[in-house]
Design a protein around this ligand. Structure first.
Ligand code: GDP
Length: 449
């Protein structure tokens, strides 16, 4: 199904603000050959990088660079697309954008190019979301995962499940037409087995998607421990060589992310409780409020203690103030001084890991514990870069399949639950998606994408 193009010509600076070697203004709309002619003095050759002089309305030179013209429908958005590569300075880019506006374009909204690509069936919704996830990726694993979703791996998996459901629905609906037959129609369609297979597939996709979503959102960890027990040493050790390739997850404030750390590709957002002291200082108080908000959304508590002392009453006092639901990992550091071997113990109050931050002994045990607690099995190549929206749809589809299994004696009800499950899966790739949801999804993109 091809949807109509959005029409108006849109333009945006597609490269980040600031100075850079080159900057790109991107334009999408109908009949950009004419538009280009007025800007660079001639109609550009399709899909060829051409040297061009960009001129203002009076013919004065704005910049000299490259023009790239992709006529519809073979373009990112499905409309004509023109890319103007100039020098990457904020002023020259603004002048070039302004000239495009003079020529009839309006400034693109965030994500509007990709939204058009979606509406033109260039990519489905899960792929469009992967574009934003790739741009926002905080670790290499997250980036690789987003690229796979962009290529369509996640969508393919969802389509495969949909195809199984369609087949089952067709069989069931066909047998419904012959109710007088002796054998139970659903048995004849081998429905029970087929249903179990689809349900298993949805479970698997859900597990892959849940783990993949961790690569996006990261693991939120509250750090606690008395001074000098080795918190900084441990963080440095955990960061290790992986530190260089992590960027803080968008939306997390820099000052609460103490170190950009990742474990097996999962970004770790660490909130330090050291900042939670009593204070009369207004700025500090605001910082503390923010720290509490971060704590509210945390998944795990990492309590670091000296292996020679264990958990102290001061530690207990801090822990008592934290949300009780936080799963706890107690790190007993300095095992070299305590003369103990590295070890993991599963206790009623959480995991206890014995390690040495200085030599690194036992640190792998901690990494494994953290990933296991997060439900991350670490096979990055099998994961889908999923969002909460996708997880919800998969969960709802799974519920419908459970309901279908329970409705086995009632073929009409059974068929209806299958239909609902199918509908849920289809929302992932965007076959049935409300306009306001589209608005919500694309508004989180950057401008020019
Ligand atoms: P923090 O105040 O909790 O951040 O503690 P630091 O990381 O600054 O460490 C305090 C002191 O303990 C430093 O002198 C570290 O070198 C030392 N230290 C940290 N971890 C270990 C360890 O596993 N073994 C030994 N022997 N010393 C450690």
């Amino acid at each position: 199904m091809t949807r109509p193009s959005a029409g108006a010509t849109i333009a945006a600076i597609a490269t980040p603000p600031g100075r850079g070697g080159i900057g790109v203004v991107r334009v999408s709309g109908a009949d950009l050959a004419n538009f280009a002619e007025r800007l660079i003095g001639r109609a550009p050759i399709p899909r060829r990088a051409e040297r061009a002089v960009f001129r203002d309305a009076t013919g004065r030179e704005i910049d000299e660079g490259l023009a790239l013209y992709f006529p519809a429908p073979r373009s990112y958005t499905g409309d004509d697309v023109l890319e103007l590569h100039g020098h990457g300075g904020p002023v020259v880019m603004q002048m070039l954008l302004r000239r495009c506006l003079e020529l009839g374009a309006r400034v693109a909204e965030p994500g509007e190019f990709t939204r058009r690509a979606f509406l033109a069936d260039k990519l489905d919704l899960a792929q469009a979301e992967a574009v934003a996830d790739l741009i926002d990726a905080a670790t290499e694993s997250a980036a690789r995962c987003a690229v796979r979703s962009l290529k369509g791996d996640f969508s393919d998996a969802i389509h495969a499940l949909e195809a199984q459901l369609v087949e089952l629905r067709m069989l069931v609906e066909a047998t419904l037409d012959f109710p007088e037959e002796e054998i139970d129609p659903l048995d004849r369609a081998n429905a029970r087995e087929r249903l179990a297979r689809v349900a298993g597939g949805v479970d698997q996709a859900l597990s892959q998607a849940r783990q993949g979503s961790l690569l996006r959102t990261g693991l939120h960890v509250v750090l606690a421990g008395q001074p000098n027990v080795g918190k900084s040493s441990l963080l440095n050790r955990l960061a290790g060589e992986e530190r260089a390739i992590v960027t803080p997850i968008p939306g997390t404030t820099r000052d609460t992310v103490r170190e950009a750390i990742q474990i097996g590709g999962v970004p770790l957002n660490i909130v330090d409780t050291a900042g939670l002291r009593e204070t009369a200082d207004e700025v500090e108080r605001l910082g503390i409020e923010r720290t509490w908000r971060e704590i509210e959304r945390a998944d795990l508590l990492l309590l670091i203690v000296d292996a020679r002392e264990g958990v102290t009453t001061e530690d207990e006092a801090i822990v008592a103030k934290l949300p009780a639901r936080l799963r706890r990992v107690v790190v007993h550091n300095k095992i070299d001084l305590a003369r103990r071997a590295p070890q993991v113990m599963h206790a009623a109050d959480g995991e206890h890991v014995f390690l040495c931050a200085i030599t690194g002994e036992g640190v792998d045990l901690l990494r494994e514990s953290l990933l296991a607690l997060a439900g991350f099995e670490g096979r990055e190549e099998d994961l889908f870069m999923a969002r909460e929206r996708h997880l919800d749809a998969l969960r709802r589809a799974r519920e419908c399949l459970t309901a279908a299994a329970e409705a086995f004696g009632q073929p009409e009800l059974f068929a209806e639950e299958l239909r609902l499950a199918h509908h849920e899966l289809a929302t992932i790739t965007g076959e049935f998606t409300a306009d306001d949801l589209l608005g919500e999804i694309f508004s989180r993109f950057c401008i020019g994408k």
